[in-house]
Design a protein around this ligand. Structure first.
Ligand SMILES: C[S@@+](CC[C@H](N)C(=O)[O-])C[C@H]1O[C@@H](n2cnc3c(N)ncnc32)[C@H](O)[C@@H]1O
Length: 373
């Protein structure tokens, strides 16, 4: 698992990103503005806004990164202008409405980390009427892909030297959105924007695209490449497009076909693509010239737990050992007991929930940490 330090070093180190956000902030923010930094991580976008003259930042993140943001602002003597909130943006309640929202929740395909719903919720609950949103628009874009490296991803479970028992996962791999670095040479058609998603205005919950891709060369059609063109502010664009010279280093997506097929220059391949504003579902259909439509969807690679299956069958849910342990901890959080007292009481009252007392202590501390205690 990546540590918060590694993860956020990765974001800060993306060449060119800070400059693009700086240009957007300079164009959008007026000195004295208040700003909500959604999914702020270690707080870097809020810090840029403070340097641009913002009067107060509400930095919101539900991971440990928020503690790094908090301490960074304290050490820099900026904590009187920075409120660090350890929370989900969907739950956080600000003491005032703000002049602008900022975030970099731009996924590999633009919308696929849930930026649309995150900003929609924050716009409704946190933003003053007419307030600004950075980024303001995302155009997710696709093109046909013919490339050995993408092909490898699509057939990784069926052709790798794994035990044959895992070959059934081939269908999952072909209904998966793969993170992949795609080069211009991997594309076999011109690019087409599948939507223009306004983040500063209301939009639908389901986006649909239908169109055709004209094939540029004789090759094997492996699937679709996806990327984003994202307008941070008027005329300031951030992109991970394989076709752009000035692209930021963020992966693209590869959406495979169930079966790759041969195409010739000038062929037309039919495409339809749908995605939800939550960013959690992408469905794509590829119709070969003169062939039958191939229907793929990330829904088909959803991993169902025993609880999901029980819910589908209408069975009453039952707490497992983890659930019972969580319940035991939560029942003791009353605003009076200290963490050490809760730990001692759970250990005494539930001796059989954990194999060892060390494991019990680790679990209880992690649970209290999740609650921010
Ligand atoms: C892509 S990182 C960006 C971090 C930082 N804003 C930057 O630009 O470097 C996204 C961050 O958003 C946080 N995050 C994602 N969804 C969130 C939500 N609904 N509420 C709070 N934090 C969220 C993640 O924990 C992660 O730190």
């Amino acid at each position: 698992m990546t540590s918060p330090l590694e993860e956020h070093y990765g974001y800060l180190a993306i060449a060119g990103r800070a400059e693009l956000y700086q240009a957007a902030i300079t164009q959008t923010i007026t000195p004295g503005d208040t700003i909500a930094d959604l999914g702020c991580g270690v707080g870097v976008l809020g810090l840029q806004c403070l340097h641009a003259g913002a009067s107060h930042i509400y930095g919101i993140d539900y991971t440990d990164a928020i503690e790094l943001a908090r301490e960074t602002m304290q050490r820099a003597g900026l904590d009187d202008r920075y409120t660090a909130m350890r929370d989900s943006t969907f739950r956080a309640v600000l003491p005032e409405k703000v002049d602008a929202l900022i975030c970099d929740h731009v996924g590999f395909f633009g919308f696929d980390y849930g930026i649309i719903d995150m900003v929609r919720d924050a716009r409704a609950r946190m933003l003053k009427p007419g307030g600004a949103v950075i980024p303001r628009r995302i155009d997710p874009t696709i093109a046909g892909v013919s490339s050995e490296s993408a092909r490898e991803l699509a057939r990784q479970w069926s052709e790798a030297d794994f035990p044959p028992e895992y070959k059934w996962l081939n269908t999952y791999a072909r209904n998966t959105k793969h993170a992949h670095n795609i080069e211009a040479a991997d594309l076999c058609s011109p690019a087409v924007a599948v939507a223009s998603v306004a983040l500063d205005a209301e939009g639908p919950e389901l986006y649909s695209f239908k169109g055709t891709l004209e094939i540029a060369r004789d090759c094997q059609f492996d699937g679709l490449a996806g990327w984003f063109n994202c307008e941070l502010a008027d005329g300031i664009w951030m992109t991970n497009s394989p076709l752009a010279e000035a692209r930021i280093a963020r992966s693209n997506v590869f959406l495979p076909c169930l079966e790759a097929f041969p195409v010739k220059a000038g062929d037309m391949v039919g495409i339809s693509l749908r995605f939800t504003s939550a960013g959690d579902m992408i469905a794509w259909t590829v119709t070969p010239p003169g062939g039958k439509p191939q229907k793929m969807s990330t829904w088909n690679s959803r991993i169902l737990t025993q609880a999901d299956l029980a819910a589908d069958e209408g069975k009453p849910p039952v707490l497992d050992r983890n659930g019972r342990a969580r319940l035991a901890v939560l029942a003791l959080v009353d605003g009076q007991r200290t963490a050490a007292e809760i730990e001692a009481q759970v250990l005494a009252s539930q001796p059989d929930l954990f194999p060892t007392t060390d494991e019990a202590s680790r679990f209880i501390r992690a649970e209290l940490g999740r609650l921010g205690l």
